[in-house]
Design a protein around this ligand. Structure first.
Ligand SMILES: Cc1cc2nc3c(=O)[nH]c(=O)nc-3n(C[C@H](O)[C@H](O)[C@H](O)COP(=O)(O)OP(=O)(O)OC[C@H]3O[C@@H](n4cnc5c(N)ncnc54)[C@H](O)[C@@H]3O)c2cc1C
Ligand SMILES: *[C@@H]1O[C@H](CO)[C@@H](O)[C@H](O)[C@H]1NC(C)=O
Ligand SMILES: *[C@@H]1O[C@H](CO)[C@@H](O)[C@H](O)[C@H]1NC(C)=O
Ligand SMILES: *[C@@H]1O[C@H](CO)[C@@H](O)[C@H](O)[C@H]1NC(C)=O
Ligand SMILES: *[C@@H]1O[C@H](CO)[C@@H](O)[C@H](O)[C@H]1NC(C)=O
Ligand SMILES: *[C@@H]1O[C@H](CO)[C@@H](O)[C@H](O)[C@H]1NC(C)=O
Ligand SMILES: *[C@@H]1O[C@H](CO)[C@@H](O)[C@H](O)[C@H]1NC(C)=O
Ligand SMILES: *[C@@H]1O[C@H](CO)[C@@H](O)[C@H](O)[C@H]1NC(C)=O
Length: 472
């Protein structure tokens, strides 16, 4: 049946069939082995929004497609199996939706949903403009934006989704519509965090920000000095006058083969300042290496690609204290220290500031449920990577063990928060539950309105679905 559907879809543009080099290449382009191990009956590759709309129309209404489920694939950085690929169904690969342009006054960037952030930054840097997008340039505009989006500019302008002025989106009916503050305002809000539950987004119109050169790079400390780094991070994240140009990803990385921990900071400042005061406490800690330098965003975001690996994710949000950061480190170390696999496994355990200034622009305007009233927080992200695909279940169990133990410690310390960032969540988590009851109800009601047959609930099984979305 899926083969007949693929044949029908060929009427709406390029379709790649198994055992062709183009199909193999697209399948191999997934970031995680878990995703590239799934074989769809075909990849459909729209090159225009209209072609994407025609594809959805055929999937919705053509007899040959009535039992064929599908997935939406952008730049594949959601690692979980089936989030952007589907065994035996149709995978719509939107990376051909890669137009980029800017309004005459350079205040709005019109960005095809299939772009990588790298291409967007390379386009905008010459204008001294940027958008508040992902930090690693290989990540997709599509997936990141509809799940929130953490940018170097987020303390200044909020989540990436908060900067969207207009979504161009294909609804389940196949209709191509705009969603913005005045047209389809419910859909506009639902797409700011609602992931792939409302339609296939073909274009984002982003408000731009000013940029010239920024201070970026890595600063590596000895793990033995972690307490001083954690103290600096806690003070930075809870500063009463948070500097909106400053961000900091603090990662502790464990190699289960060498048993070595690495402490890697990525402190990025969005102005051309070579020694921002805001990092003085961090800089005062003795470092092992430092390549911080003024650079352009499209250079900083152009990171070396990783080899094919299995990847996991898992996340939580916590209140901030130095003591708790130290406690998290000890819990994680005790949980993973003696765990290894043939071929090895490594864990990145990362902390990212979520200060109140970051949450202010979008409070009540997106569906994430995050507001300055939550106080200064930090996002916790655990991501394991390993080569042995037969060990996926074991690594997943360890990920769950880390989250369970650290969440329990957080609860005890009064630091557990309900938000779980969907773009960092493990497939077993329920990030929409953390958006809060009224946002959940709003999402369900908006789904009923724009997708009355629940197509994006039932026939797009990949990614996080709306809890209670079984209303059809
Ligand atoms: C190395 C790395 C770096 C990262 N850096 C950041 C960062 O700096 N900031 C941050 O916030 N997050 C970051 N993330 C997390 C990232 O936001 C998510 O992994 C995101 O889902 C990736 O989007 P994608 O388009 O690349 O992935 P995909 O796997 O292609 O898509 C992810 C999900 O979104 C859906 N989707 C994608 N596009 C559309 C669309 N146009 N319409 C409807 N549904 C769509 C897919 O169906 C899928 O379920 C990072 C992840 C990795 C692995
Ligand atoms: C595509 O990949 C399959 C499975 O790995 C392989 O058998 C086939 O030869 C490849 N075909 C082409 C044309 O590359
Ligand atoms: C961008 O900023 C740099 C540094 O301030 C300046 O030299 C250059 O002329 C600017 N370019 C544009 C297009 O404004
Ligand atoms: C909102 O959508 C309407 C209807 O398509 C469109 O005319 C208008 O230009 C859009 N507004 C923005 C800000 O894009
Ligand atoms: C982990 O350490 C081992 C042994 O030193 C090394 O061979 C391997 O490359 C390291 N793995 C990673 C991911 O750094
Ligand atoms: C890192 O250490 C070196 C050597 O002590 C020092 O010169 C450099 O300024 C430090 N880096 C930062 C960002 O403070
Ligand atoms: C990214 O880096 C690679 C390797 O240095 C280079 O070939 C490529 O042109 C760069 N891409 C962009 C958009 O700058
Ligand atoms: C991690 O745990 C192991 C085993 O208990 C211990 O030997 C080691 O010192 C710990 N590492 C750090 C950096 O605390």
């Amino acid at each position: 049946m899926a083969a007949a559907c693929c044949a029908a879809l060929a009427a709406a543009g390029s379709v790649l069939l198994p055992n062709t080099s183009a199909y193999n290449q697209t399948q191999a382009s997934y970031w995680s082995l878990q995703e590239s191990s799934l074989s769809p009956s075909c990849f459909a590759q729209p090159q225009t929004a209209q072609q994407a709309a025609n594809l959805i129309t055929i999937l919705t209404s053509h007899q040959a497609c009535s039992t064929t489920d599908f997935a939406i694939k952008c730049q594949t950085h959601a690692p979980a199996a089936g989030f952007a690929n589907i065994a035996g169904g149709v995978t719509i690969d939107i990376t051909g939706l890669n137009s980029i342009s800017v309004s005459e006054d350079h205040s709005i960037a019109y960005v095809g949903a299939g772009n990588s952030w790298l291409d967007v930054y390379a386009y905008l840097d010459p204008y001294n403009k940027s958008v508040a997008g992902g930090r690693n340039g290989a990540v997709g505009v599509g997936g990141l934006t509809i799940g929130g989006g953490i940018s170097y500019f987020s303390p200044q302008v909020g989540w990436t989704c908060d900067t969207v002025q207009n979504f161009e989106v294909v609804l389940a009916s196949g209709e191509l519509v705009n969603a913005n503050a005045t047209s389809n305002p419910d859909l506009y809000r639902a797409l700011k965090g609602g992931k792939n539950n409302f339609g296939l987004v073909t274009r984002f119109d982003f408000a731009t920000v000013d940029i010239t050169r920024i201070l970026g790079g890595n600063l590596v400390n000895d793990i033995a000095d972690r307490a001083a780094v954690f103290a600096a991070f806690a003070d930075f994240t809870t500063a009463p006058d948070y500097d909106v140009h400053a961000s900091w990803v603090l990662s502790t990385i464990f190699n289960a083969t060498s048993k070595a921990w690495t402490l890697l900071n990525v402190p990025v400042y969005t102005l051309p300042d070579t020694r921002p005061l805001v990092y003085e406490q961090l800089y005062a800690v003795p470092n092992i290496s430092d390549n911080l330098a003024l650079t352009e965003l499209h250079v900083l975001a152009n990171q070396t690609a990783t080899p094919p690996l299995n990847w996991g994710m898992g996340t939580a949000t916590y209140g901030v204290s130095t003591a708790f950061l130290n406690e998290i480190f000890d819990i994680v170390n005790a949980t993973i220290y003696d765990f290894n696999l043939p071929g090895g496994v490594a864990w990145s355990i990362a902390f990212e500031p979520l200060p109140t200034v970051f949450l202010a622009p979008g409070a009540g305007k997106n569906v994430l449920g995050t507001t300055p009233a939550d106080g200064n927080q930090m996002i916790f992200l655990t991501s394991p990577f390993w080569t042995d695909s037969s060990a996926d279940a074991e690594v997943h169990a360890k990920t769950e063990e880390i989250l369970t133990k650290v969440n329990a410690a957080a609860e005890k310390a009064g630091l557990l928060r309900q938000f779980e960032y969907a773009n960092y969540a493990d497939y077993s988590q329920q990030p929409f539950e953390g958006y809060g009851q009224s946002n959940l109800e709003f999402l369900l009601q908006t789904s009923k309105q724009y997708d009355p047959n629940g197509m994006f609930q039932k026939r797009v099984p990949g990614g996080f679905k709306l809890p209670g979305g079984q209303w059809w």
